[in-house]
Design a protein around this ligand. Sequence first.
Ligand code: IMP
Ligand code: MG
Length: 178
Amino acid sequence: MDTIQIKDKTFAVSIHEADIQREVARVASEINRDLEGKNPLFLSVLNGSFMFTADLMKHITIPCEISFVKLASYQGVSSTGVIKEVIGINEDLAGRTIVIVEDIVDTGLTMQRLLDTLGTRHPKEIHIASLLVKPDKLTVPLNIEYVAMRIPNDFIVGYGLDYDGLGRNYRNIYTVVD
Ligand code: IMP
Ligand code: MG
C-alpha cells in the first residue's frame, strides 16, 4: 500500500516499516547502553506512541518499568500545547530515572509542558525518546537524546500517528500529498 486516502487528504508512503524498525532497534540499544543499572521508568504518551512503545520495549533488555500517560487539553483551549494536563501517573516519580516515550516532537510545546509537570514530582532525571522530530519546527530548546528519525515539516500519519483520529493502524509512515 503506497498511497492511502484519509478523508480529504491523500498520503504517500515516506518511511517504510523496515526502516522504522531498524531505527527503533538502534534507539533501544542506545537506551540499553546508557541507562543500565538505573531501572528506568518508561512513560509512554498516549495515544500516538502506542506502536513505537511496543516495538521499542521489545528491544529493551535492561530491568525497567513502564507506565502510560495521557495529555489532556483543558476545555476551550486549542491543541497547540498552550495548556495541557497530565492524567494517569500513579507511580511515585521521586528519585526515578524517567524516559518519556513520544511519537513526535513538532513545536516541542507539548514536551515542554510535560517536562514542567513531571519536574514537580522530583524525578532524578528525565530523558526523552521520540520516534520522530521535526527539527525545523522546534520552538523551544529541548535535549531530545533518543530520536529514531528526523523528518521535514510535512504532516504525516501511520505507525501510531493520526489525521483526525484515523490512520494510526498503518505499519508504514505516510506523508500528505498536496
Ligand atoms: P507539539 O506540541 O507541537 O510538539 O506537537 C506534538 C503533537 O502534535 C504530537 O504529539 C502529535 O500528536 C501532533 N503532531 C505533530 N505533528 C504531527 C504530524 O505530522 N502528524 C500527526 N500528528 C502530529
Ligand atoms: Mg503525541
